[in-house]
Structure formats: C-alpha cells, structure tokens
Design a binder for this molecule. Structure first.
Ligand code: PLP
Length: 392
C-alpha cells in the first residue's frame, strides 16, 4: 500500500541529499572535531560549514548557533540558562498553547520558586497581546512564546512580542521549531534573543537541533561538560547529524518559495474540498498561518476514529500534536481556543511538505466524505442532532 504522508508537523522524511551528505561522516571521516590532528580538523571544518548554513537560513551569525540534541533541548537550554543568569528576576511568561517542550517546564519552574504567567489566545488561536502586556512586569526574566503553533499552524507576531519583552527588560525566547524552513525568518530584523530549531521538522534526522543565542548574551551551558560549542554545550558533537542539519537548512532556503506556492496551493485545495463536507470548520486564523498546515474539525465524530480509517488506506495524518495523541482529551491548544467540545473531538491536522503531490491530495479529498459519513452513521451525537433538526 502506498503511504500518503501528511503528518509533516510530527516529523519529516530525511531528504536524500541530506542522507548522502551525512554518510561519509560515520565510517570514513569519523574524526573527533576537537582532535588536534588534520583528520579531526577536517571534520571540524565541516561542522563549521554546517553552522554557517543553519545561521544563513535564519539570518544569524554562525557564532550565534549552538548545536543541541533536539528542539526540546533547545527550548530547555534557552529558557533555563537565561533564568540562571537572571537570579534577581523570578517571573516567566509563556502562552497557553506552547508545545510540551515549553509547557511542561511550567510546573517544574513553579516548584523552583518562579512565578509563571500563561497568556491566553483568541478563538482563532491568535495571542492576546493585551494580556501579554498585562503579564509583563519588572521581575519578568524571560518571555517564551512560539513562532508558529504545531497543531493549528497559527503564526504569532514575534517582532511585537520581542519589543514588548525588551521594554519590560526581559529576554525573548522563541520556539520556532515549526516555522524554520516553512516561512522566511530574519533574526537581524526581529527582536528575538534566543530561537529553537529542530532538525526532524525540516527533512534532517530526528535527534539534532540548534539554539540561536543573540551575540552578547551571557549563556551558561545547560549541558555541562567539555568545552565544545565554545563552552556553551558540553558533549562530543553529533557530527553526521550536524552535517545533515546544515544540508537540510541549505535545501530549506531553496525550497521556502515552494512551501509558499506549491505546498500552500495543495493545502488550500484540500481545505476547500473538505469544508464542503457538512458541519466542518477550520481551527485557527485563516491568514496568519503556516502554508503547510490545516486543522479541520468534523463535528460529532472522533478524530481518532477518522485517523484509523485514514491509516487503513495508507494516509498518515494526526489528531493533535504527536505527543498528545493517545489521550482522548481534546488537545490543550483547541481547549485554549475554546473550540466547542463536539468539534474539538473530531479535529484532524493535515500537515503537508514539498514532497506531496496533487494526486495524493485528490486521493484524500476523494476518500474523506465516505469516512466522515460512515462514522456519523454510527455516532449517537450525530443521530441526536439529526433528530433535533429533522435532518442531518
Ligand atoms: N516545539 C514545537 C513547536 C514542536 O512542534 C516540537 C515537536 O513536535 C518540539 C518543540 C520538540 O522538538 P523535538 O522533537 O526535536 O524535541
């Protein structure tokens, strides 16, 4: 059975060019970049070349990029290292719709004696900027608010958020794991102090990430060990994966236009056709959104049941973030947006990539009405609604 993969916000296929670039660094050029000999020195040069490519994709200087093991480590390191240097400020501001990589720091930081404010979002998933302004205070050390939401694709106004954080004397950390490679980012032009990147969301392997730290910010290492990464992250570098991330960033820079033309056109085609099914709605702002993501609710049925039907015909989508599926609770993001219960339970996220084709999208469009119809025929909620209205 052919697989139609439309779950690219969960993870992406490693690009062939990326694998090819990585391979020699396992068993041929396997030197340690910290070694004094030329064999290691050549590898060091390649690591620095990769750092340059990552920096180039986001408009940073190579010295501002630290390699990490994943997006989660980047988020933890960014936030916790800044809290460490801000010992006189014990207040942390974030949003209610962050990925668990940030959200689950909240109880931990509270236990450590920090106060936390979580800014709400509107029905369309947009950040409540007034509530952000109210939350900021002289003791705020750091604001951590994501660039784009992994479940809905909604994009936040990062420039304004950074400006407000700076006005309060706080740093701004941005989890840009879903935005990097999908929309243009220029760190020279916005107010972001620290930014998290994850390789497996942009066609590099799982288990490699990067953290941007603006020049001039003191950054004690979160992983303490050797002098690697200019003393900012201990541990021998994951050389093949770093090289893979560099290549993926180089490719992403070339593909970014395709994301906003080909990928967006496919997403819009899918969305328009699925909205023709009765009692459906899009979750998230229609304009301020990643070009590859659509989160659609099919009222009165379970998203998990839709996923099982899709999976049985080779279509891979998601009913929330990969980390929360498995629980039958509507996701924290949809709950924060106040999506009504009977819609929230039937939500599906389709997240596309440049590898998707129109034939694949048309196959989904062809199959979805039948799946939704079949599930509604056995849904007590649908029957109840139909009886109430006289028809469904
Ligand atoms: N932040 C966001 C917005 C994400 O979507 C993810 C992964 O889904 C992460 C952080 C965590 O990244 P990683 O899987 O590399 O730890």
């Amino acid at each position: 059975m052919k697989v139609i993969y439309v779950d690219n916000n969960a993870t992406t296929k490693v690009a062939e060019e990326v694998t090819e670039e990585m391979l020699p660094y396992f068993s041929i050029d396997y030197g340690n970049p910290s070694s004094a000999h030329t064999f290691g020195g050549n590898v060091r040069n390649k690591v620095e070349e990769a750092r340059g490519k990552v920096a180039d994709l986001v408009g940073a200087h190579p010295t501002e990029i630290i390699f990490t093991s994943c997006g989660t480590e980047s988020d933890n390191a960014g936030i916790r290292s800044i809290l460490e240097i801000s010992s006189d400020r014990k207040h942390f501001v974030t949003s209610r719709v962050e990925h668990p990589a940030v959200l689950n720091l909240v109880p931990y930081l509270t236990r450590c004696g920090h106060r936390v404010s979580q800014v709400p979002v509107s029905k369309e998933g947009l950040l409540d900027m007034e509530m952000l302004s109210d939350a900021l205070e002289p003791h705020t050390a750091i604001v951590s608010i994501m660039y784009a939401n992994n479940e809905t694709g909604v994009i936040f106004p990062v420039e304004e958020i950074g400006e407000m954080a700076h006005y309060a004397g706080a740093y701004y950390h941005c989890d840009a794991v879903q935005a990097v490679g999908k929309i243009p980012i220029n760190l020279k032009e916005n107010n972001i102090d620290l930014l998290s990147i994850s390789g497996h969301k942009l066609h590099a392997p799982k288990g490699i990430g990067a953290l941007y730290v603006r020049k001039g910010i003191r950054f004690p290492p979160f992983i303490i060990g050797g002098h690697q990464e200019s003393g900012r992250r201990g541990g021998t570098e994951n050389v093949p994966y770093i090289i893979g991330l560099g290549k993926a960033c180089e490719l992403a820079k070339k593909n970014i236009e395709k994301e906003n033309t080909h990928v967006k056109a496919l997403r819009d085609r899918l969305e328009k056709n699925l909205l023709a099914i009765p009692e459906t709605r899009i979750n998230g702002h229609l304009e301020d959104r990643l070009p590859n993501t659509t989160n659609i609710s099919f009222r009165y049925i379970e998203g998990e049941a839709i996923l099982l039907h899709l999976s049985s015909i080779g279509i891979c989508a998601s009913s929330g973030s990969a980390c929360t599926s498995g629980s039958l609770q509507p996701s924290h993001v949809l709950r924060a947006m106040g999506v009504p219960y009977d819609y929230a339970h039937g939500s599906i996220r389709f997240s596309l990539s440049p590898y998707n084709t129109q034939e694949e999208i048309d196959f989904i469009i062809e199959k979805m009405p039948g799946i939704v119809n079949r599930l509604r025929q056995i849904s007590p909620y649908w029957k109840e609604a139909a009886a109430g209205k006289g028809s469904a």
